[in-house]
Structures are given as structure tokens and as C-alpha cells.
Write a protein that binds this ligand. Structure first.
Ligand code: UDX
Length: 444
């Protein structure tokens, strides 16, 4: 079994550290945030990811997983170092902020005195891996025997453990003919389970990640454009998605129309890809991503307009309950969340907005203290003039429309995820409005 380090303990790094310990490796995970490391050391994780808290405690108990803030400790106790720090969008630009990635390498490399592998997992602009490899060789006392491998991650929040232990593929980008045996050993369990392995060069490995996310984002905006067309002509976008999805060349997944994509990856990754392509003189080829982004953002204003129409032309002074704040279910992540964005906009227009979410309210309160929140969904729904269903948590689909109908002020719901059962909600006297389904909304 290998001695690993993981640099950065966000969604990616923490999940990777815990999962690698669970398959038998010895793992030390580093973060520069001392409070976070102290909490992790005590088995407390700062975000919601199904199954991860329990697995963290199990792996701490196994003695194979430890946390530190010491770069020297990491260099002394691992032979393979995974870079899992964030690459958020730069303020005032579409490009990625690479300071954490370069900062991590500048801290670690001077301490690498013996042969080792540095493995990049963060999502980066193409060309970064080569710069990092050069930097490592120039800074590390181990010189040429400190190799860089590029190994993009594809984990989805809510499925992070499964996606780490049983990914759809493992991609390893290497320089020249450097062998990847050490990484094959690290991922032996997944590879033996049949996970395909793609060994390639640095730029291809870097591009696999951004190409995958650009494709997924495009698929969502594609179906959302058709949702608007469906609204205009009285067609049903869900049936349309089902029908085209039967074609295995297209596939049904990522064709759910609604308020669009959010989160810490898809929005910033398509912007960073476009920024990098533009730098490389390919602005025209990647201009389509401007439309993908614009269609996605327009979903949010569309719901605000629908809410305004449903309330007779103004939301000011009206009680609106927003079901969901996380960018998707089974996550407490509110980064670039369509649901939260809509809630904040409506509050800005003078509505009395109450937000419910099963997991994300602590983040809502920290970021938007002026928004009302309630942990009890029925309390949040009481006296609402309008209900917006914006994150498709299972518990919202399990609400009894008759019970909810008895406590609201008006039985009007806009389903921004096209998931509520029309028959039962209509039968309970609700006016249900979807995005791209007939009989639910006046033409655009
Ligand atoms: C994504 C990629 O899926 C993952 O491979 C990558 O490594 C990180 O980014 P994640 O951000 O966790 O993962 O969420 P994902 O499940 O991809 O959903 C992204 C957004 O798209 C969510 O806001 C979701 O609600 C939305 N979505 C997804 C749709 O609007 N319609 C769909 O059909 C699918």
C-alpha cells in the first residue's frame, strides 16, 4: 500500500483522502486552514456529502488517515502527493484563479528531497500541468525524479464517494514515457473493478475535464432552450427529452429542463475554458459557450418573471416560499445556486421570501442574513402567496399537496425542476406551473 498526501481538504480533497484511506493506503491530508484541520481531526466535516462523515470517522479510527497543516510533515510522510486545491473564478474575470495551485506547488516542491510523484487533480486551464512540472523540477531538490502526473477528477457532489471509488474512467496525463505504475497501484481497486484507464499527455488530460463539463453544460442549456420553445408552442419538454434520449447517441441524462445548472464547477469551468481558448486565439470556436452561459442565466430571470406574473404583476409585499437553496439535492453547496439567486432577486424586488432547504440553510444564513429561513418545511410554507420548487430534494416530491394547500394563502406553485406530480397537485387545487410543459404558462 502507498503513502499518500492530499493537499486541500474541500469536496474533492477530503473525499479523495478518505476514500484512498478506505482502500488501504496511508494518507495525510493538508490544509492551510487550521480550524478546518482541527475539526477534521475530530471527525467533523464542514459540508454535507452523503456517507462521508461516517467514513471519515472510520478511517480516522483505522489509523491510516491523518490531518496536518505542516508541509514538512506531508513531504516526510508521503511518496505520492495529490493536489486538490480550488481554482475558483477570478474576481472581475472569466479566467480561473490559479493562486492556490501554484502556491501549493511552491510550498511543497522545495521539500521534495527523494523520488516522488505529484498528482494534479484540480481543474486547470490547459497548459498549466507543463508549467507546474517545470516548476517542480526547478524547485525540488529531487529534481527530475519528482514527476508530475495530471489526473483530473470528475466527482459529482452528492455522489462523491461513489465517483471517487468507482469513477467512469481514470485519466493520467504524463510527460514523455514516464510510467504510471505507482498510480496504477494507488487505483488498483478501481482498475480491478473494471474502470477504464486512459494514459495520455498533459494537455489532453487537462482538456478531458473541461470538455466533459462543457459538454454537460451545453446539454442542459440545449434542453432549456427547447423548454422555452415548448412553452411557446405548447409542447412538453420532458416528453421531448425522453423521446430524444432513447437515441443512445444522445442519451437521456443531463436533459432535465428547469432553472439550469449551478455549483462550484460547471459555471466557472465553461467560463475558464472560454477565457483560455480566447487566449489561444480560438475565441470564435468557443463563442457557443457564451450562449450556453446566457441561456443558463436566463432561466433564473424567467422564474422571477413567472413569479411576478403569477402574483399579478408585482412580488412586492407578497409572501414567497422558496423550496431549496442548494444548487442540487444531496448537497449543502450554494455556490452559484439558481435557487438562491432567484430567492435573493425576489427579496430585492420587495417580496417577503422564506427559504427552506434540508441541508444548506447554514450557508444561506451566513451569506444572506437578510433572507428569512426556516428549518421546518411546513412552517416555511405557512401563509405563502406563492411557492417556488427550485432544488429537487426528494422530500419536496413527498410533500402532501393537500396538507400544504391547507396552510398556504394561495395554492400557486412554480416548479422550476419539472418534478412535482401534476395530477396530485392539481387535484389538491393547486395551479402548477412548469418550465416547458403545456398548459402551465403563458407564452414567453
Ligand atoms: C459536475 C460534474 O458532473 C462533475 O463530473 C465534475 O467533476 C464537477 O462538476 P456537480 O457540480 O457536483 O458535478 O453537479 P452535477 O450533478 O453535474 O450538476 C450540475 C448542475 O446541473 C446542477 O445545478 C444540476 O441541478 C444541473 N442539472 C443537472 C440540470 O439542470 N439538469 C440536468 O439534467 C442535470
Amino acid at each position: 500500500m502507498a503513502r499518500l498526501s492530499v493537499i486541500g481538504t474541500g469536496y474533492l480533497g477530503l473525499t479523495h483522502a478518505v476514500c484512498m484511506a478506505s482502500v488501504g493506503h496511508t494518507v495525510v491530508a493538508l490544509d492551510i486552514d487550521e480550524a478546518k484541520i482541527a475539526a477534521l481531526h475530530n471527525g467533523v466535516i464542514p459540508f454535507h456529502e452523503p456517507g462521508l462523515a461516517q467514513m471519515l470517522v472510520e478511517q480516522l479510527d483505522s489509523g491510516r488517515l491523518a490531518f496536518t497543516t505542516s508541509w514538512q510533515h506531508v513531504a516526510d510522510n508521503a511518496d505520492i502527493h495529490f493536489l486538490c486545491v480550488g481554482t475558483p473564478q477570478l474576481q472581475g474575470s472569466h479566467a480561473a484563479d490559479m493562486s492556490q495551485v501554484f502556491g501549493a506547488v511552491e510550498s511543497l516542491a522545495p521539500l521534495l528531497t527523494s523520488p516522488c510523484v505529484v498528482v494534479g487533480k484540480s481543474t486547470v486551464p490547459v497548459g498549466t500541468a507543463q508549467s507546474l512540472a517545470d516548476k517542480i523540477i526547478s524547485l525540488a531538490p529531487a529534481g527530475q525524479s519528482a514527476h508530475l502526473v495530471w489526473n483530473p477528477e470528475f466527482l459529482r457532489e452528492g455522489f462523491a464517494i461513489k465517483d471517487t471509488l468507482h469513477p467512469d474512467r481514470i485519466v493520467l496525463g504524463v510527460q514523455h514515457d514516464v510510467d504510471v505504475d505507482a498510480l496504477k497501484d494507488v487505483y488498483e481497486t478501481s482498475l480491478e473493478g473494471g474502470t477504464p484507464l486512459v494514459v495520455t499527455d498533459y494537455p489532453t488530460a487537462e482538456l478531458v475535464k473541461v470538455a466533459a463539463n462543457a459538454f454537460l453544460a451545453t446539454k442542459i442549456s440545449f434542453i432549456n432552450a427547447f423548454a422555452d420553445l415548448a412553452d411557446t408552442v405548447g409542447a412538453d419538454v420532458t416528453t421531448l427529452a425522453d423521446a430524444i434520449g432513447h437515441d443512445t447517441r444522445i442519451g437521456r441524462r443531463f436533459l432535465n429542463a428547469g432553472v439550469g445548472f449551478g455549483g462550484g464547477c460547471l459555471p466557472k469551468d465553461i467560463r475558464a475554458l472560454q477565457a483560455r481558448a480566447t487566449e489561444l486565439g480560438l475565441a470564435e470556436q468557443f463563442a457557443f459557450l457564451t450562449h450556453v452561459d446566457a441561456i443558463n442565466k436566463s432561466r433564473r430571470s424567467r422564474v422571477v418573471d413567472m413569479a411576478t406574473d403569477a402574483l399579478g404583476g408585482s412580488v412586492s409585499g407578497k409572501d414567497i416560499t422558496v423550496l431549496g437553496a442548494a444548487f442540487k439535492p444531496d448537497s449543502d453547496d450554494v455556490r452559484d445556486s439558481p435557487a438562491l439567486d432567484i430567492a435573493v432577486t425576489l427579496a430585492g424586488l420587495g417580496a417577503n421570501v422564506t427559504v427552506h432547504d434540508p441541508e444548506a440553510l447554514h450557508n444561506v444564513r451566513a451569506l444572506h442574513p437578510m433572507l428569512s429561513t426556516d428549518d421546518d418545511v411546513l412552517v416555511a410554507l405557512a401563509n405563502a402567496d406563492l411557492v417556488l420548487h427550485l432544488t429537487e430534494w426528494v422530500e419536496y416530491r413527498e410533500l402532501d399537496p393537500a396538507v400544504v394547500g391547507s396552510i398556504v394563502n394561495q395554492r400557486i406553485v412554480i416548479d422550476g425542476r419539472n418534478m412535482l406530480d401534476r395530477e396530485s397537485w392539481s387535484a389538491a387545487g393547486w395551479q402548477v406551473t412548469y418550465l416547458g410543459k403545456p398548459g402551465s404558462q403563458a407564452a414567453l
